[in-house]
Design a protein around this ligand. Sequence first.
Ligand code: CU
Length: 326
Amino acid sequence: MTNILIVVVVILLVATLVQILRVSELLSEIKNKDVNEVTDKDNNTQGILFLIVGFGFLIFVVWQMVTWNHLLLPPASSVHGTQIDFLMKISMGLILVVFFVLSPILFYFLYKYRGKKSNKAYFFSHNNKLEVVWTVIPTILLTALIIFGLNTWDKAMNVELTESTTIIEVYGQQFNWTARYSGLDNNLGKANFKLVKGRNTLGVDMLDASAADDKMAREVHLVIDQPVLLKFRSQDVIHSAFLPHFRVQMNCVPGMTTQFGFTPNKTTAQMKESEGEDFEYILLCNKICGASHYNMQMKFIVETQEEYDIWLDSQESLETKLLTQK
Ligand SMILES: [Cu+2]
């Protein structure tokens, strides 16, 4: 009923507006005036409005940058993250310089060249020099930026596996993450979704020799300055593993394994000192994967080797968890 009333009110409002316009048209016909004619007074008003809106918008942008700056991420906590931050700073710097130079010119020229009765059109077909300048400069700048970006991406994604690299699986499902440590052999046991049953929530193939020493965990512990390779699987839909503080993100796709590697270089304790006691490294899902997507998170803890060893020892292996316990 309310909806019908709203529709009726909207129709009546539109009809009223049309009638008002019609009346003003008839009035101007009586007065012998053309309502569609744009006068110099109209152009002045429009020109001044452009100045106010344009410069008001620029002031608003500066206000946002100053007021909301503290909401940005703290400096990267991984080795390659520093390079990603540098790339981000260069890109944003370029964009901001162009924005703060071009926008005032754009709004000022809208005002300066507003319509006037005395204006005469100036015929100007093209200028080769100008065309070359505004094509070549952006091309060089963008090419340099893209090559720099590809190079940074390559360094972040194609990590070399060394002896000290810890391999950890991160398994996504609606709506949680589970980690699996590769154990003493640093080799993850095979897994298959067909084997997901009971407590074997990751479908690990317990007949595979590498699987017995694997360990499942609800949070991920990492050692400072030690490289880690995360391998992702998904049980149901596409999720996206996002660790903002380490500047890494990767889709988790059912039926395939994706990965990225990084080296954390600040412990959780160090971050708590600079960012506040509440700080935690967190793995988020960055793909809208369903109703509880927003709550799909897992804690990451970066600590010293000793703390890490104590924690890892306290986790039971899959052999104990799945085969010996009844
Ligand atoms: Cu998800």
